[in-house]
Every structure is written in structure tokens, then in C-alpha cells.
Design a protein around this ligand. Structure first.
Ligand SMILES: [Zn+2]
Length: 444
């Protein structure tokens, strides 16, 4: 394989870069590195090791001598890595900044699970990513740039639907989970950034590692040349969103097989989740999931909602709105729901649930008593990863907004779980969404 030169002798941009910090970069730009290159000596990283120390720290930094010792490609922060670069470019942040992690440790110590040491069970997050500060204290004190990729905290939250459920007598105030009559709820939260073990990720998608590396390289505009030049580096921090776990009730119950678990896996839909647009069932199902998770915790079990940053089936909002327009202009019926997406995105869904079960294994979940989801893709991914699902709970009919019937009925027809009506394609053609009749831009 032909790859461009590893180094350039000198770049004019170096000297003219910024008067504020003329020495921010070395004169040489290292475009990429190679396994046999002088000084290249990655810190050992044994994915699937039984503890953090024998596994080794994930080091992605290119700062100073770490360029030669790093054992991971990409950058910390997922999609926010670009903002980090902007902060350095603007001079607001020193490129050699080292965080002070004092008092940032988890509010709950999640118990070690066998899956943390199983390189087939967890491939898309660092199972020790929450415990970096404790495990690699010496290295941090010596100036190594090692960053947590997970954080565990606790919070109070207030959701309009939960307040209503309390007022309507559908949820009780117990003083511990639901703390007052306004519906304020206590929650433990876990934020997770993506850390990919490439051989494991390739395996999940049924492709060889080389194909995965080449495709990631080509279709990120050639942004990560080491995907090609450093086959010895197996870990990649991709520039994508992560996930957040919301745990209701005592977090130690999540992995307790003797109590019931209610769980919702929710993929981001900003328009509905936050701004409550009514074209889909996302926010109502999320609110229902939270309510049932709270109820299970109040009954002595555990409730978990996991929120994945996969906006618009991981197609993004621009594609999503283009699809909305195509739907509304083409006569919005449920039989054409998926075709409209396929026309614009090429596929109907890019969420690929193959990596999703990792977080469940990290939490030590072995069975789900009440799965608050109708998605067959999520169900199949979880079951295939070895977790049992006892019961699937569809969104209640009275929580489905009128305009979102198109979406939910099309999904049911395509295989989504339901205990209600199944539609034929002929019937779907009669399930119609709201038009734009009252909007000036289409009546002109
Ligand atoms: Zn939605």
C-alpha cells in the first residue's frame, strides 16, 4: 500500500501560525506513524484483560513524547474533540493541558463484571473508563495524558410527564426515588464516550478488520491515516456521540438477578425528545419508559433508561428533515414511510444496534423483565448478545400523537413488536399524517 510520507521537513504554516503562541507546534508535522519507525513504542493495551492495570491505559494524546507511546487512534471527547482543537487553536487552552481530576470520582462504584474481561462482550466502550484516575494515578502524576471516558454522577430531575403521573395518582411519592409531589426524581447517571476495539467491532458487523479500517479512513475524508499505517494499534476513539445511562433506584440493584428490571433503550430524537414535535412517538415513549423505570424501582426492582446519541436513526437532523419534507409533499402515508427515508439516505436506518448491548453487559444485566421498546432490531441485538428479555411493552395507545401514527404503524408493519393491531400494506396506505394545508409555504 502506498501512503504519503510520514513527516514533512518543515511547514511554512508553523512559522506564520500565530503570534500568540509561535511554539505551539513543532516544526515538523507528523502526518502519520508506522509500527517499525524509530521510537515508536506503544504502551501495551490488552483489551479484555481482567483489570485496568493489566489491561493498560488508553492513550490517544499526540502531545510531546506521547506521540510515540500512544496506543489508540482518534481523540477523546467523541464529536467534541473538534471543539477541544478549536480551544487550542484560539489560544484558550494549552495543548499540554493536564486536567485536575480531584473529587471527580464516581458517585457509585459499579461492581466488576466478567464482561469487563471479555473482549467479545464489550468492544465499543472502555470497561475501565470510569476508574482511570484511581487506576493510573502514578502515570497521571508523572504527566501522562490519560482521560476518563466514562463518568458517574447523581442528580435530581423533573419531567412534565412524571409530574402529571404523580398528580394523576399513577406514581407515588416515596421520598427516596420520587422525592416530592411535583414529581422530582433522584437518578444516577453514567456518561459514556465511545472507545472502539477494532477487531471486536469488525466482528460485530461481520467484516474483516482491514475492511473496517479502510472504510473508516476513506469515509472520514482520510482523517485517520493510522487506521491504515498502524495495524498494531487496535483501539480507535471515533468522532461520534456516546450514551447516557439513567438509573432509577439504588444502582446496585441493576445487576441483581433477584429483582425485576425495567429498561428502555432510547435513540436520540431532539425534535421530539426536547422540543416535543408530534411527528413521532419518541418523547412519549421516552417519558413512558422513565415512568415505568421509576415504577419498577419503587416496587423494589430497578429501572434503567439508556439514551444513545444517534439522532434521526443516526442519519442526522438534516437528512431527517429532508425526509419529513418528502413525506409531507408526497402525501404522508404509512406504506411509503420507509421508502421516503431510503430515497434520501440510501438505507432506512443507520443505528446498527450491534454495539448497543455493550453497556448492558458493562452494567452486569443478564435479563430484562420489562423491555420498554417495540424495536425488533434492539430486541434481536440484546437477545443475540446473551441477555434474556422476558416481556416487551409497547407504548400505550393513548400516548401516541395523531401525526405519528404514520411512523408507528409503518414500524409495526416492518416488524416492530406490538400487542395491538398489525396492518397490511393496503391498510397502511390509509394511515395518513397531517398535511401542510395551514402553512403558507405550501399553499402558495
Ligand atoms: Zn422521533
Amino acid at each position: 500500500m502506498q501512503v504519503d510520507t510520514a513527516t514533512k521537513p518543515e511547514s511554512p504554516t508553523d512559522r506564520s501560525y500565530s503570534p500568540r503562541s509561535p511554539t505551539r507546534f513543532s516544526k515538523h508535522i507528523i502526518l502519520t506513524t508506522y509500527p517499525g519507525q524509530i521510537g515508536i513504542d506503544p504502551v501495551p493495551l490488552n483489551w479484555g484483560a481482567p483489570d485496568a492495570k493489566s489491561r493498560g491505559p488508553v492513550i490517544a494524546s499526540r502531545s510531546g513524547t506521547l506521540l510515540k507511546r500512544r496506543n489508540a487512534m482518534g481523540a477523546h471527547g467523541g464529536s467534541y474533540s473538534i471543539y477541544n482543537a478549536l480551544a487550542i487553536a484560539s489560544g484558550d487552552l494549552d495543548s499540554d493541558f493536564r486536567p485536575d481530576f480531584r473529587n471527580s470520582e464516581p458517585t457509585f462504584n459499579f461492581p466488576w463484571q466478567p464482561a469487563w474481561a471479555d473482549k467479545t462482550k464489550i468492544v465499543s466502550m472502555d470497561p475501565y473508563g470510569h476508574d482511570i484516575v484511581d487506576q493510573f494515578r502514578e502515570e497521571l502524576e508523572a504527566g501522562w495524558d490519560i482521560r476518563p471516558t466514562m463518568a458517574v454522577t447523581r442528580a435530581n430531575m423533573k419531567l412534565a410527564e412524571i409530574g402529571e403521573a404523580v398528580r394523576d395518582g399513577k406514581l407515588e411519592v416515596d421520598g427516596s426515588i420520587v422525592v416530592d409531589s411535583t414529581g422530582e426524581v433522584r437518578v444516577t447517571k453514567v456518561a459514556v464516550e465511545p472507545v472502539w476495539y477494532l477487531p471486536g467491532v469488525a466482528d460485530r458487523f461481520g467484516v474483516d478488520e482491514g475492511t473496517l479500517r479502510r472504510t473508516l479512513f476513506e469515509h472520514t475524508g482520510g482523517s485517520y491515516p493510522e487506521l491504515i499505517t498502524r495495524p498494531d494499534l487496535k483501539v480507535f476513539l471515533p468522532p461520534i456521540g456516546g450514551l447516557t445511562v439513567y438509573i432509577f433506584g439504588p444502582p446496585e440493584r441493576v445487576s441483581d438477578e433477584n429483582v425485576k428490571l425495567a429498561l428502555r433503550i432510547h435513540d436520540e430524537c431532539n425534535g421530539s425528545d426536547v422540543f416535543q414535535s408530534d411527528i413521532c412517538t419518541c418523547r412519549p415513549y421516552l417519558a413512558f419508559g422513565i415512568r415505568e423505570a421509576i415504577r419498577e424501582a419503587q416496587n423494589g426492582g430497578s429501572g434503567v433508561v439508556i439514551y444513545f446519541r444517534k439522532e434521526g436513526r443516526a442519519l442526522g437532523e438534516v437528512t431527517k428533515y429532508l425526509v419529513y419534507n418528502a413525506r409531507k409533499r408526497g402525501g404522508d402515508t404509512a406504506d411509503k414511510y420507509f421508502t421516503r427515508t431510503e430515497n434520501i439516505a440510501g438505507v432506512r436506518d443507520m443505528r446498527f444496534q450491534a454495539l448497543m448491548p455493550d453497556i448492558l453487559h458493562w452494567l452486569g444485566i443478564k435479563k430484562i423483565d420489562r423491555m420498554l421498546s417495540m424495536s425488533n432490531m434492539k430486541h434481536d441485538a440484546i437477545v443475540q448478545s446473551g441477555i434474556t428479555i422476558h416481556e416487551r411493552i409497547p407504548i400505550p395507545e393513548d400516548m401516541i400523537p395523531n401525526d405519528s401514527r404514520v411512523e408507528i404503524d409503518a414500524k409495526i408493519n416492518a416488524g416492530y413488536f406490538t400487542t395491538g393491531k398489525q396492518y397490511t400494506m393496503e391498510e397502511l396506505a390509509t394511515v395518513r399524517g397531517r398535511g401542510w394545508e395551514k402553512w403558507e409555504d405550501v399553499t402558495h
